[in-house]
Design a protein around this ligand. Structure first.
Ligand SMILES: [Zn+2]
Length: 322
């Protein structure tokens, strides 16, 4: 046992507790039965505690763990139910907070917290291509989307990849790797710092991202070429409603292509982004032409999506967990 305990947590120091948990920088007086109810790992640790007189603190056995105190406090507050809305707050939870709770939940095998964390990650890193609001501006959504429960900076994407693997959430792993391909080498190679731990992508992951970025540029060109193909061969894009203003529509399509070129939409790795609103808002094309163009673009986006598993080494794709 440590000679001196670190400072006691304000809330998680119960007078009627029967075990002291000594973490790095913080200690807790807790109830064995409560922890054992949620975690068989704690149950086993309690069984192996030294209960001889010299190892007690105030009559309680002491369990020393190497967890960072503030992180363990977050997990324990969820376990004790005083933070039941932890994963469904009015304000988004920062990724670093979710990460610390999820990793400790994984270490102590607290399944309900792991699944809550995964559910939260799957909203921020959805593998559902029909979520238009998300795919219109995924980079902005991940940072501060109105219905996103998570606040995630670009540098966190490296941390998301690593966490998704730790909690076995392959769809999130792939989608986070996809997002890694748009943030640029500077962020990707420098990693991210959490409390006292630095997380970096492995050399293998970096190689995968570099290769995938090249592919995504090509795939994006394929998606965007739906516009130029329609411009060059208008009759080959099937329309449910026939076009009666083909000259005007062709002119409008030309302006849309010009706008895409000016916004660098043709030279980007963002192959999955939804163009529906852009096509609707910026073009003077007739309804039939707009719907026809959106259909072709979305079919091509879906083709790109179907290749993500192979691109990032996750099979089957999409995984059953998504
Ligand atoms: Zn038309």
């Amino acid at each position: 046992m440590r000679d001196q305990l670190d400072p006691q947590h304000d809330i998680l120091w119960f007078d009627d507790g029967n075990v002291v948990v000594a973490a790095r920088g913080m200690s807790f007086k807790l109830h064995k039965s409560v922890l054992a109810l949620h975690s068989t790992v704690f149950l086993e640790l309690f069984d192996s505690l030294d209960t001889s007189e010299s190892h007690l603190h105030g009559g309680c056995p002491v369990l020393c763990v190497n967890d960072y105190g503030p992180d363990l406090a977050r997990l324990l507050l969820v376990v004790y139910g005083s933070d039941r809305r932890y994963f469904a707050r009015d304000k988004p939870l920062s990724f670093s907070e979710l990460r610390s709770v999820a990793l400790l939940a994984q270490k102590y095998q607290i399944e309900e917290i792991i699944s809550e964390a995964c559910a939260c990650l799957k909203i921020a890193f959805t593998a559902q291509m029909n979520d238009e609001a998300y795919w219109e501006r995924p980079a902005e959504y991940i940072r501060s989307g109105p219905t996103n429960p998570l606040w995630c900076e670009d540098r966190d994407l490296v941390g998301v990849v690593s966490l998704a693997r730790a909690v076995r959430c392959p769809s999130v792993e792939v989608m986070a790797l996809y997002h890694c391909c748009r943030i640029g080498a500077g962020v990707l190679f420098s990693g991210v710092q959490y409390d006292d731990m630095e997380v970096e992508l492995s050399r293998e992951d970096l190689r995968t991202c570099v290769n995938a970025t090249d592919l995504l540029y090509q795939h994006n060109t394929y998606v965007m070429n739906a516009l130029t193909d329609m411009f060059a061969y208008p009759s080959e894009t099937p329309r449910i409603i026939p076009c009666r203003t083909s000259a005007d529509c062709k002119n409008a399509l030309g302006l849309l292509i010009a706008s895409g070129l000016q916004n660098e939409q043709f030279s980007s790795p963002r192959a999955l982004e939804c163009l529906d609103r852009w096509i609707d808002e910026q073009s003077e094309m007739c309804y039939g032409c707009r719907e026809a163009l959106k259909n072709v673009v979305n079919e091509r986006r879906k083709e790109v999506f179907d290749q993500l598993g192979a691109m990032f080494g996750v099979e089957p794709w999409p995984p059953v967990d998504s």
